[in-house]
Design a protein around this ligand. Sequence first.
Ligand code: FNR
Length: 185
Amino acid sequence: MAKKKILAIVGSLREGSWNRQLAEAAGQYLGDKADFEILDYADIPYMNEDLEADPPASIQRVRDKVQAADGLWFFTPEYNHSYPGLLKNLIDWLSRPLNDGNRAVIIGKPAAISGASMGGGGTVVAQDLLVMLLSMLNLKIMNQPRLTIARVQEQAEDGKLKLADSQAYLEKQADAYLKFLDQIA
Ligand code: FNR
């Protein structure tokens, strides 16, 4: 079976973001078992329907990346018991039908969800709300296993994620997601 293209979507722009480091660790674990890439979307504008007739190049770029992906793997922080607004903004753009009449690129994509927070909840509420949003858009969500990492800073040294306790769960989720993508194909 051909290698799957997994596009990671990180809900944080912070330099040194735990969630970005978690995505990088997933990519490292997957190695040559998948084509793994982290989506760069820091430059997309706020959703504005006035921009839709002639969307900027940044929107075309993220649409192309999502279109080409076999699966989307979300790595989300939790902001005030939800997912960050920048993630909602990206998903809102990806949820819109294209000007050529084709359907929105995000619809039907198989998705996995992970998240790390510094609080004790481990992003569980943010993830549940993200499931609600993605379900509305008919993504095929792998609900088990999902990875939730609480107090992530305890698994780090000098700002570098070490993942002592959570590495095995990350690997389990990555393996399950590869199987999920094969079953859906
Ligand atoms: C947070 N943080 C946070 N943590 C948590 O466990 N539950 C929460 O509801 C919140 N709320 C929240 C709101 C806002 C606006 C910010 C900026 C932060 C803390 C959060 O877990 C921490 O900043 C993480 O480090 C964010 O993830 P990244 O950016 O490191 O990936």
